[in-house]
Design a protein. Structure first.
Length: 382
């Protein structure tokens, strides 16, 4: 597909910021690395503004970082679809836009970009066509994944060189901590980011750190977990900038960081607790120990996703090391008493860093999602 070709990406903002975070990264990479023109249709610009403060929620059309951002409103405007149309993360295109796609002589390549999963069925569904029941259109399933035969995961070309330069520069790290109001480290202090959904497991983990032998500074970006953290300290509510201490634990509440700032937080911390999809992928590229909280789904549909990822990630690990990770992740996702399991996990800290490096090499072997997507669309448009 020629540079300058227009793509349309549609995103409905659910679960706060995950979906818009993923589609924004994708749109930006398509522009910067592949020279494409991208219109990103977003139904909730106010939420988008939390990730990119430059966004104006009152504007119907604006351009930022080379991406044309359009407010997805009703009625939908009469507009010509691009050469590729992406229906991202379980949203549905406006009926008027589907009709406009069908009227084009050269039909757009229509992509259903699904959520990321390590489950076995993903390979079998990747690339499958789905003809429209009424219109002369075909939609293709594009499945992000961790193995060959899937779409891979998002990773910008300069992500790892930028990360490595940051982690090799004490000056850059000091400047970052100062920019978000975090003081110099105490001797032997462990820094942990905690970005999670509401969970009874939070209190157990905080208590473990408070009663532990090492000083821990837990950095909590503004998120749904703030209520649980406030209750742990018997406070009505904690707000941005507040610090609270108990035993060897210090908790500091951070503002909502933009995507670049959040990447730096993951790179600078010693361990990262993450949730959902976007922060989970970024933590995998951070090269640090991580603990994942999956988005809770009805009838326990999230559990197969957790176990499938663990099966891949733990392949080849020593039994005790693997067990420490599985137990901690399962309890963290089941609102369990995770505190007692932390020491067994954390004693393998150096091994988790090595495992992360090996995992990143595996992901690099299947290519990044954006490049794989461009190649797929080029083939379908021929």
């Amino acid at each position: 597909m020629k540079p300058g070709t227009r793509w349309d990406i549609f995103c409905t903002v659910i679960d706060n910021y995950g979906d818009i975070g993923i589609t924004w990264r994708l749109a930006r990479q398509l522009v910067h690395e592949h020279g494409l023109q991208v219109r990103l249709w977003v139904d909730d610009l106010e939420s988008f503004r939390h990730l990119r403060p430059e966004i104006r929620p009152d504007l119907e059309t604006q351009t930022f970082s080379g991406v044309e951002i359009r407010h997805w409103s009703t009625p939908f405007p009469d507009i010509e679809p691009g050469a590729v149309v992406i229906e991202a993360l379980a949203c549905h295109l406006p009926a008027e836009f589907e009709q406009a796609m069908a009227r084009k002589q050269a039909k757009p390549v229509w992509i259903n970009l699904e959520y990321l999963s390590a489950e076995d069925w993903v390979q079998g569904c990747h690339g499958l066509p789905s003809p429209h029941p009424r219109l002369p259109l075909v939609k293709y399933f594009f499945m992000p994944g961790y193995v060959a035969g899937t779409g891979g995961v998002l990773k910008e070309r300069e992500l790892l060189p930028t990360r490595d330069a940051f982690q090799a520069s004490p000056h850059a790290q000091d400047a970052f901590w100062q920019s978000i109001g975090v003081p110099d480290s105490k001797a032997g202090e462990i820094r942990i980011s905690l970005f999670s959904y509401e969970s009874a497991a939070i209190a157990s983990q905080l208590a473990c750190w408070a009663n532990g032998s090492e000083p821990v500074r837990c950095l909590v970006p503004l998120s749904k977990s703030l209520g649980e953290v406030s209750r742990f300290f018997d406070e009505p509510v904690l707000s941005i900038g507040m610090n609270r201490n108990r035993g060897n634990l210090t908790v500091q509440i951070l503002p909502m960081l933009d995507q670049d700032g959040y990447d730096q937080l993951l790179w600078a911390c010693d361990c990262n607790f993450v949730r959902g999809e976007d922060s989970f992928v970024r933590a995998q590229w951070a090269g640090k120990p991580l603990v994942w909280q999956a988005y809770r789904q009805q009838e326990g549909a999230h559990w197969p996703k957790i176990e499938a990822f663990l099966d891949l990630y733990c392949a080849g690990l020593e039994a005790e090391m693997e067990q420490s990770l599985r137990i901690l992740w399962r309890l963290w996702n089941d609102n369990g008493a995770v505190g007692p399991t932390w020491p067994s996990f954390w004693k393998y800290r150096a091994y988790w860093i090595r495992q992360s490096t090996a995992w990143q090499a595996r992901l690099d072997g299947i290519g990044d999602l954006t490049s794989n997507l461009v190649k797929f669309c080029n083939e379908k448009s021929e």
